[in-house]
Design a protein around this ligand. Structure first.
Ligand code: S3P
Length: 264
């Protein structure tokens, strides 16, 4: 008798699951339709206010619900899944950010990772973690050549991963093989900034060995000039970052990536 009751309850749960799965599938289809519509109309893909609205609507519309915390947790997961779904549709590959020191690669990568629900790795941080040394310390102890070898190894390893954002050190594109690897598995996005902007951003920074005791316009301009062609050759897309917010920069990247993929 008791077992019958258990069976009955389980059957009801199965029915609920069927409805949930069907409804969830429908929701995901609609999310992709919204994405297509936004693409067609050139509208920004990510809209955090809308996510907030959905959450508030769900919680207030169903004010009678007796499990608000659980529903909130469920909706957080749904939003995350929806964002990931959209991003896989938009960028079905890695995003590799390159550019001179101080062009905002790491900050932009973090913002993009949040918006696109993608994993993010900063190559320099990865090297620091692996070696237990700071980049400055590696340069000091073992020299630039040693650092470049570590950088190459890290890029080879990390580029193989799928659907992730890689933020590379400013000199990573100086090695042809690094660039080949980046391009094989992803789209390479070059962030640019004027020497004046870079100086302003890095003036008080002492973590960049190649700028140590040389944080001045002349030196930055010289390095930018020396690297200009390597930066241009390496990149699929170019983003000017001067006077733009991180939010604007990452939205521009998403838009340009989509356009770039469409052309390919
Ligand atoms: C370098 C840039 C640094 C770091 C190292 C060398 C370069 O990274 O990899 O100091 O050659 O431009 P960021 O561009 O993230 O500062």
């Amino acid at each position: 008798m008791e077992l019958d009751r258990l069976e009955e309850l389980r059957k009801s749960i199965d029915q609920c699951d069927e409805i949930l799965v069907k409804t969830f599938e429908k929701r995901m289809e609609l999310v992709i339709e919204v994405l297509e519509y936004k693409r067609e109309k050139g509208l920004p893909v990510f809209h955090p206010e809308r996510e907030q609205q959905v959450m508030e609507k769900v919680l207030s519309n169903f004010s009678h619900i007796n499990r608000p915390q659980e529903i909130k947790a469920l909706y957080k997961a749904i939003m995350k899944i929806s964002r990931r779904l959209q991003s896989r549709e938009l960028v079905p590959h890695n995003i590799v950010l390159v550019g001179f020191m101080g062009t905002g690669k790491t900050t932009t990568a973090k913002d993009l990772a949040k918006k696109l629900e993608m994993k993010f790795v900063d190559v320099d941080a990865f090297i620091e973690e692996k070696t237990g040394m700071t980049i400055a310390h590696i340069f000091e102890e073992n020299g630039e050549g040693y650092f470049r070898a570590l950088e190459k190894k890290a890029i080879m390893e990390l580029s193989e991963e799928k659907h992730m954002i890689l933020s590379c050190g400013g000199g990573a594109i100086l090695n042809k093989e690094n660039v080949e690897h980046m391009k094989k598995h992803g789209r390479v996005v070059l962030l640019k900034a004027h020497a004046e902007t870079i100086l302003k951003r890095l003036e008080k920074d002492d973590t960049r060995p190649l700028l140590k005791d040389k944080i001045n316009l002349e030196h930055i301009r010289k390095m930018l000039e020396e690297r200009e062609s390597a930066y241009n050759i390496s990149s699929d897309l170019v983003i000017e970052t001067d006077y733009k917010s991180i939010d604007d920069i990452s939205n521009e990247i998403v838009k340009k990536l989509y356009e770039f993929n469409k052309e390919k």
